[in-house]
Design a protein around this ligand. Structure first.
Ligand code: AMP
Ligand code: MG
Length: 214
């Protein structure tokens, strides 16, 4: 059965070890809990789709430690995209960008674009930094719930939703209740103008003000 660990230093280092071994770890973020795997481990990523019962054409968001790491995952970013990242990261804003060679089709649903964000949660940022030092550049982490069910905002909710489908070596990292509790806003930054694809915590007005669009 999946184990639930506190989001302290011991829990975080066990979570890092589990990810490195190709297991899944449910992670706290400020929006909702994510079901995370090494974004470059194809078998682990496939396992996320299986556990969630998510169709393969529904792409995954890559979570990174810092804006500095963006260049590993995307290319040819528009200036306004970098501005949004500078202002809102870490935070509940996901940017869709032209993908780099590091990105597999499995993550993007065969699209040329990848969705990336830096989450704002202490435990998860620490985990991402530990993994980065060990050569793991990002985690895919779709919401930790079964496909089309309600997103989870506590470790117990994750256990109730996915516990029976996760393996003995998978983990749930308990980071308390998610502070925002709703999904990230997704902005398509692949064209000349920003386009909101999914409405979330950051509003259209926040984005317009940041980019000085009237
Ligand atoms: P979830 O993490 O479960 O909230 O779902 C992630 C959502 O991000 C997907 O359902 C898509 O709507 C969106 N998404 C992820 N990758 C892309 C992409 N490459 N292009 C457009 N939307 C994306
Ligand atoms: Mg979801």
């Amino acid at each position: 059965m999946v184990r639930m660990l506190p989001g302290d230093d011991v829990g975080i280092s066990l979570a890092a070890a589990a990810i490195k071994q190709g297991n899944l770890v449910a992670i706290p973020t400020e929006t909702v809990y994510g079901l995370a795997a090494d974004a470059c481990n194809i078998d682990a990523v496939r396992n996320i789709y299986r556990v969630k019962q998510r169709p393969f054409n529904n792409p995954l968001i890559v979570h990174i430690a810092s804006i500095i790491d963006l260049a590993k995952w995307s290319i040819e970013e528009q200036k306004y995209a970098l501005k949004l990242a500078e202002i809102f990261w870490p935070g509940p804003l996901t940017l869709v960008l032209h993908r780099s060679k590091l990105v597999s089709d499995l993550i993007t649903g065969n699209q040329d674009f990848v969705a990336v964000r830096v989450p704002k949660n202490k435990a998860t940022l620490k985990l991402l930094n530990i993994l980065k030092n060990d050569g793991i550049q990002g985690l895919v982490a779709p919401s930790a719930n079964r496909f089309q069910e309600v997103s989870t905002t506590s470790a117990q909710d994750v256990f109730d939703s996915l516990g029976e489908f996760l393996g003995n070596d998978d983990l749930i990292l308990d980071g308390g209740i998610c502070s925002v509790g709703i999904e990230s806003t997704i902005v398509d930054c692949t064209g000349i103008f920003a386009k909101i694809l999914r409405y979330g915590y950051i509003t259209q007005r926040n984005i317009r003000e940041t980019l000085q669009i009237s």
